[in-house]
Design a protein around this ligand. Structure first.
Ligand code: IVH
Length: 669
């Protein structure tokens, strides 16, 4: 028995080492077969000793398919972004500003690749990975530890020595090109929507509820920022080299640079060499090497002054136009789309690019069979930027915008003062109806799992769902009649529909597809109205009084709710039990005026209440919550681990920092 436990320990550390050799060093010492053999042995032993379970065991890398909603947690230090530059001159100017900021002190820089994936914060305690958190909104993120454990290049237990007892390391989770192309090929074969770029694919994968699927997709991770109290060195470069010796994957492209010339050379080199990399990058990052100098330079509200990003110029290719098609959106807007001879651009194959609207199409002056220039910038949504007139085919005719809806044949109308042509057949035009159902079930709206584009369309063609309210009378047996719909998925959809009834009111407003009412406007309108009943009876003048709502949006909201079909749909949603108002205490009664006239910034991690609860408490005691510290801040409510940037700023401006307990005393809790 004791021997078996000993063997488990041995196997675990041996397998950690082989993982490292394979996934970080790209230098395996043993064959895949031998590796599998050791893994099997460990699995067997662990099966016999469940009491010796370890979440960081190499066997856990395979993931599980247990659903696991994501808990949110505040970051110890906020995850800021970087200032962007787009030319060598801009980078040089930044170097100049840094040197000036340091009163001419000698400054070394570190050049790095800017990986185009999704940011991650990893927390290690006593050499073990204890938590992995996404960037989220920069202040708090989703805990995705189980998914991150499946990424083989992330050490679950550190090797070597000299790491602080507790530290954070940040980096980027990426889906290498090879894995990305494989994934998209599989999705295409299965008729599933493709990922636009490796960044979306990496972010989407990290948020999957099925860590076995995460493991299968082949994510990788590069680390580039070590944070904590007792770092081994006082320079960024040395700390990352130390991290490399602990088992982290630190890019070989990281280089010390000692002058502007070095920086420029680095840019010129990687502008070309990046095309050969196995992962997507969208630029370079330059950082001041000395941590002391970093501290001196400090932060602006959004980003460090000691680092800057340089974005690679967009790549451009020329390709032949096959034809222009016209898509019909859920609001009836017709979008012209250039269908192209496939062309490889920044690692992905481009076949279609939006031409946006009639005006843009006219300005480009596109003719049939034209050679078009396609560009892909940071956002990777391909864009047509011009026409090669020399390559125009003789007698080619200009491409005309359609006059009738390509889906239902209704004559199109053009809204006064707008570039868009619209199909007015809201209730009878299939892509509009299906588009509204699809929007309604989407993740940021009612979040009904299991219904994608295809299912939305199947539900409509089978006559089960003609408008979103019909979803609430859908049955599992109806779903079973849809070909290719597994019983398990049917159960999931029904559960998802039930769960959607408790989605907050503001998301219900967004889900309705009221023209021009996007996510932010929906939130503001919902908050101002408080309930659907009230929203439906608000006059245009009252609507215009809501922040962000101008006459145009006010008019469309009024028109939407004046429509009898829409009113009926909303009534049916209400009857089904969908949330139709803000929670009772959302506009809770004030508790006191202790904090009247005070502007308060919240920072750090709290133990008695959540951050949102503190925001609410501040408001209910008459105070105002602000996002960043300024001269106007009265005090900072600080939890554990307040970010160093905020601390520094508070002390510079002489803003008092008050602990959680003192604050609670102050408001008499
Ligand atoms: S450093 C405070 N280094 O780019 C500075 N970021 O716009 C922390 N990124 O959110 C970031 N490669 O997700 C840094 N070598 C690199 C990077 C990098 C990619 C991402 C990161 C960050 C975003 C900044």
């Amino acid at each position: 028995m004791n021997d078996e436990i000993k063997r488990i320990d041995e196997l675990r550390s041996e397998l950690h080492r082989h993982n490292y050799n394979y996934y970080v060093l790209n230098a395996p010492e043993i064959s895949d077969r031998d590796f599998d053999f050791l893994m099997k042995e460990l699995e067997e032993l662990e099966g016999r000793h469940p009491e010796y379970f370890d979440a960081n065991s190499p066997t856990r890398r395979v993931g599980s398919d247990l659903a696991q909603g994501f808990e949110q947690t505040p970051h110890i230090y906020p995850m800021l972004s970087l200032g962007n530059t787009y030319s060598i001159e801009d980078v040089d100017a930044w170097v100049g500003r840094v040197e000036q900021g340091l009163s001419g002190q000698k400054t070394a820089f570190v050049g790095e690749l800017k990986f185009d994936g999704t940011g991650i914060s990893l927390i290690y305690e006593h050499g073990k990975l204890i938590r992995a958190v996404t960037r989220g909104d920069g202040e708090k993120g989703d805990v995705v530890t189980d998914n991150v454990r499946t990424i083989k290049s992330i050490p679950l237990e550190l090797q070597g020595s000299g790491w602080p007892d507790f530290f954070e390391i940040r980096g980027e989770i990426v889906l290498p090109w090879a894995a990305f192309n494989r994934l998209n090929a599989e999705r295409e074969a299965a008729g599933e929507p493709l990922f636009a770029n490796p960044r979306n694919a990496a972010a989407g994968t990290l948020k999957l509820q099925n860590s076995a699927e995460v493991a299968r997709r082949g994510l990788d991770a590069y680390l580039y920022y070590l944070l904590g109290e007792n770092l081994p060195y006082d320079s960024h470069y040395d700390n990352l080299m130390a991290a490399r010796s602990w088992g982290f994957k630190i890019s070989d492209a990281m280089t010390l640079l000692y002058s502007i010339e070095d920086v420029d050379k680095y840019i010129n080199h990687w502008d070309k060499a990046r095309r050969e990399l196995p992962v997507a990058t969208d630029g370079l990052v330059f950082k001041v090497n000395s941590l002391r100098q970093q501290l001196n330079l400090g932060f602006t509200a959004k980003s460090p002054r000691w680092a800057v990003a340089y974005k690679f110029p967009a790549e451009r290719a020329a390709t032949r136009l096959r034809f222009v098609s016209f898509d019909v959106g859920r609001m009836g807007i017709i979008t012209p789309v250039a269908n192209l001879e496939p062309v490889l651009l920044s690692g992905t194959i481009v076949k279609r690019a939006s031409l946006h609207n009639d005006d843009i199409m006219r300005t480009l002056g596109i003719h049939e069979g034209d050679m078009l220039y396609v560009e892909k910038g940071g956002e990777i949504i391909p864009k047509i930027t011009g026409v090669d007139l020399d390559a125009r085919l003789p007698e080619a005719r200009p491409v005309e915008f359609v006059t009738h809806c390509p889906a239902c044949g209704t004559p199109l109308v053009r809204v006064e003062g707008e570039a868009a042509w619209v199909c007015p057949n809201k209730e009878g035009c299939v892509p509009q109806i299906v588009g509204r159902i699809e929007h309604f079930v989407g993740r940021r709206m009612m979040n009904i799992d299991g219904i994608g584009e295809e299912t939305a369309s199947d539900l409509f063609t089978h006559g089960f769902v003609k408008n979103p309210a019909d979803l609430y009378s859908l049955t599992a047996s109806q779903l079973d009649t849809i070909e290719g719909f597994a019983a398990k998925s049917a159960a999931r959809v029904i559960e998802g529909i039930e769960a959607s009834k408790s989605v907050p009111f503001e998301r219900v407003v967004f889900a309705l597809s009221i023209p021009y009412v996007g996510e932010t406007t929906a939130k503001k309108v919902a908050k101002a109205a408080g309930s659907m009943e009230r929203l439906m009876s608000m006059s245009t003048a009252e609507l215009e009084a809501v922040e962000d709502v101008g006459p145009r949006i006010a008019a469309t909201i009024s028109a939407f709710f004046a429509d009898e079909q829409n009113r009926q749909m909303v009534q049916r949603l209400a009857d089904a039990g969908v949330t139709m108002a803000l929670p009772e205490d959302a506009n809770a009664e004030p508790l006191s005026d202790t904090l009247a006239g005070k502007t308060i910034v919240i920072s750090g991690v709290f133990s008695h209440h959540s951050r949102d609860e503190y925001k609410e408490l501040i408001e209910r005691h008459g105070g105002k919550n602000a996002g960043s510290i300024s001269k106007k801040t009265d005090f900072v409510l600080a939890g554990e681990n307040m970010g160093p940037a905020k601390l520094e700023k508070a002390s510079k401006l002489g803003v008092p920092v008050i602990s959680e307990d003192d604050f609670l005393k102050m408001i008499g809790e």
